[in-house]
Design a protein around this ligand. Structure first.
Ligand code: ZN
Length: 464
């Protein structure tokens, strides 16, 4: 399955209709939650006498009454889907995948789940689609949405609003079957170290530069993005303070809340966009088969750099300014997103994504493996105290990470052989090995056994 999420732009009237649908679906969902609570809390005793269990069904007509006549103003399928959503949440609870369904609040992202009777994708004649929403009785008309990549047709969609922005999201069948990471790893573990190294990208995640690849590529927010994010962050804090001062629930409080959410959304969109572009570039780099990152060293990232003094006892620049430039939350979330996106994008391009332990990656020499704090002369300069290798510190770290990834892939194969998980070659007499068997053995032959058996063995067997 592939998930899609596109921006959509309902008109003022469409917006009002959608908001009503969202509210009504949420009302049914929450009513089911309350009904279930009632049954479990008060009615269990009575029901146990009659031998009936509290119903977990999709009935919702009991919620439509004189007080809730407004529910009749939306398509019945919208209401039914609210009950179905609740039942699906309940079955996830039974499968121990989540907690019992709870009341959906009015904060955060709000959406309405629409099944096939409520929408249609119509060919627009240019390879794309028009999205038509609603039923004959409750038409919404054509909903403008921007598909920035082609998609196939889904069975259901969710139209949602968050901080004033509308999205349409859905999942479609993915018709290409991608290899599983374990399969790619099994293939790569048969490679020799030098070729695997050539096909590996190590990525060091830093503060000044968000991602430094061992290929030399550098990925960072551009100055405009940084500036805008910092400004939005200040706005967010300001509106948050105002919100705290205002009476909860008042119109001023609601306005402040909206502004907080909007400021938050901008930074979030920039991060997402950046993470998508970076992960895409890493995974799609020509010839790459292995992308390695380190597990985030959260502590050292968030620590303030040590104060430095020059010969006169004055404070010298120590990089604290660079670290303080962006909110830590923004950085962390961007790093996390790059990792998540790279992880799911990698198998689509037949690439293995690995995470390696981060210990001392900034102090280790990528050439000779010498680990010492003195190797790192400053924030950006790396000079190995043993072999004299000099490099940009982040670039050196990314090479160390790449090497750790290669060792993990090749080393794992060796350790598997030691425990016998990879079948060693059976000892058979020279004249016995048939051509077929010899061939298949050749393909599977573990590298560690190469020296113990002559390379030409299967060929000679074939010749016999
Ligand atoms: Zn060295």
């Amino acid at each position: 399955m592939i998930g899609h999420r596109f921006r959509c732009y309902p008109g003022r009237q469409q917006e009002n209709i959608l908001l009503r649908w969202i509210g009504c679906q949420r009302f049914i969902y929450n009513s089911k939650v309350r009904e279930d609570r009632y049954f479990r809390a008060f009615a269990r005793k009575a029901l146990s006498l009659t031998g009936q269990k509290p119903p977990i069904d999709q009935q919702y007509s009991q919620f439509i009454g004189p007080d809730t006549a407004w529910l009749r103003e939306v398509p019945s399928q919208v209401l039914r889907n609210g009950a179905v959503r609740w039942k699906q949440a309940y079955s996830r609870f039974f499968q121990k995948l989540s907690g019992r369904p709870t009341i959906h609040g009015k904060g955060g992202e709000q959406g309405v789940w629409l099944t096939r009777e409520l929408f249609a994708f119509e060919d627009d004649g240019e390879g794309g689609y028009h999205l038509r929403v609603g039923t004959k009785k409750h038409p919404l008309g054509r909903l403008r949405y921007v598909a920035d990549r082609p998609h196939t047709l889904p069975a259901s969609i969710v139209i949602s609003i968050n901080a004033g922005q509308w999205h349409v999201s859905f999942a479609t069948e993915d018709d290409v079957i991608h290899p599983r990471p374990a399969e790619i790893q099994a293939e790569l573990s048969q490679w020799d170290e030098a070729s695997l190294h050539a096909a590996t990208i190590g990525v060091d995640r830093g503060v000044a530069v968000l991602a430094y690849a061992s290929t030399g590529s550098v990925y960072a927010f551009d100055p405009v993005q940084k500036q805008r994010m910092a400004r939005k962050e200040r706005q967010r804090l300001r509106w948050q303070r105002r919100m705290a001062r205002r009476a909860k629930g008042s119109s001023g409080w609601h306005k402040a809340k909206k502004r907080v959410a909007r400021a938050h959304t901008y930074a979030n969109n920039v991060r997402k966009d950046f993470a998508h572009k970076t992960s895409h570039a890493l995974v799609m780099a020509p010839g790459v088969r292995l992308v390695v990152m380190e597990d985030l060293k959260v502590a050292s990232m968030s620590r303030r750099p040590k104060a430095k003094t020059d010969e006169r006892g004055h404070h010298a620049p120590n990089g604290a300014r660079a670290k303080a430039g962006l909110n830590k939350g923004i950085l962390h979330s961007a790093w996390g997103k790059i990792r998540t996106y790279a992880q799911y994008k990698a198998p689509r391009n037949n690439v293995l994504f690995l995470v390696v332990p981060p210990h001392h990656s900034s102090q280790e020499c990528a050439v000779c493996g010498h680990i010492h704090p003195d190797n790192r002369l400053s924030q950006s300069r790396f000079v190995c105290q043993r072999c004299g290798q000099t490099d940009h510190a982040d670039h050196n770290a990314s090479r160390v990470i790449a090497r750790r990834g290669v060792t993990t892939v090749i080393g794992q194969c060796k350790s598997l052989q030691q425990v016998g998980a990879v079948r060693p070659e059976p000892p058979f007499p020279d004249g016995y090995a048939g051509g077929d068997q010899g061939q298949s053995q050749k393909g599977k032959r573990p590298t560690a056994h190469r020296s113990s058996k002559p390379e030409t063995m299967p060929t000679t067997a074939q010749a016999v």
